[in-house]
Design a protein around this ligand. Structure first.
Ligand code: GDP
Length: 296
């Protein structure tokens, strides 16, 4: 389960706090030292941890908390609120274009779960009475096109493909025309990935962006890769000005670092999370629920 270590450590700290009748400044500082360590061990970005702990401490040693009847409970509430703020305060909705189709471009490194996510999103939108079109624009990875066609078949959603001899830019462009003619109101473009961030890939993605002017550019990152996921998000964001992040593999034993750092570092919200290999294993990202899950 994700966040297991973090949750356990925070609960230990909070148990001690709750056990105290009155809190001194020293008690709060001691607890915050433990929270800081727990977050660092969960692979949360150092600067993010520092800012977070400072904000909580500032609020927690205020008069209101110190004089309250249940100061421990009060501090826990502050931690919860600050976790929610850290992850973006509220749910970040998909930007639906008033003039269909809404174009969603999925980007990310190979293996992050992009192709699977394209199909998961298509299913999500279909269940919300939309008519998605999946677009196979990864012409480099062997079998990527086939994989998308198979996934599309499983959820009865059309897949636009022109093989692997045509440029991804032309495929993307043609798919929008196809969507218009065939009343598909959401176009989900599965772009190519690489093992690492690389210049050719970025140039290609920039060209696709310029050509199709997507309403959303969502970066798919593997939550299991922790700080790396955040670095990848920063690189993609610098080049593409992404509109949001999707964290996959949150069902694994990820320590939580990516979920807690990505918004603070890139300024871009997490919009969805992948929680398994099945196409229904998709959740809208609610910062409040995630904070509750982390606090256990
Ligand atoms: P791509 O290279 O980014 O297109 O990645 P794929 O969509 O092919 O996914 C890579 C692997 O990760 C596949 O085996 C997927 O089944 C798996 N995967 C994708 N999303 C999730 C998830 O949320 N949880 C788990 N456990 N596995 C996932």
């Amino acid at each position: 389960m994700a966040f297991e270590g973090l949750t356990q450590k925070l609960q230990e700290t909070f148990r001690k706090l709750r056990g105290k009748g009155k809190l001194t400044e020293k008690d709060v500082k001691e607890a915050m030292r433990e929270v800081k360590l727990a977050l660092l061990e969960a692979d949360v970005n150092y600067k993010v941890v520092k800012d977070f702990v400072n904000s909580v401490t500032e609020r927690a040693i205020g008069q209101e908390v110190m004089e309250s009847l249940t100061p421990g409970q009060h501090v826990i509430k502050i931690v919860h609120e600050e976790l929610v703020n850290l992850m973006g305060a509220k749910e970040s909705k998909i930007n639906i274009s008033p003039k269909p189709p809404t174009v969603i471009m999925l980007v990310g490194l190979q293996g992050a779960g992009k192709t699977t996510m394209a199909a998961k999103l298509a299913l999500h939108f279909k269940r919300n009475n939309k008519h998605p079109l999946l677009v196979a624009a990864d012409v480099y990875r062997p079998a990527a096109i086939k994989q998308l066609q198979i996934l599309g078949g499983q959820i009865d959603i059309p897949v636009f493909a022109l093989g692997d001899k045509i440029s991804p830019i032309d495929i993307a462009k043609a798919s929008i025309e196809y969507a218009k003619k065939n009343a598909r109101d959401i176009v989900i473009i599965d772009t190519a990935g690489r093992l690492h961030v690389d210049e050719d890939l970025m140039l290609e993605l920039e060209s696709i962006k310029k050509e199709v002017e997507p309403n959303e550019i969502l970066l798919v990152v593997d939550a299991m890769t922790g700080q790396d996921a955040v670095n990848v998000a920063e690189s993609f964001n610098q080049r593409l000005d992404i509109t949001g992040v999707i964290l996959t593999k949150l069902d694994g034993d990820t320590r939580g670092g990516a979920a807690l750092s990505v918004k603070a570092i890139t300024g871009k919200p997490i919009k969805f999370v992948g929680i398994g290999e099945k196409l229904s294993d998709l959740e809208i990202f609610y910062p409040d629920r995630m904070a509750s899950r982390i606090l256990g």
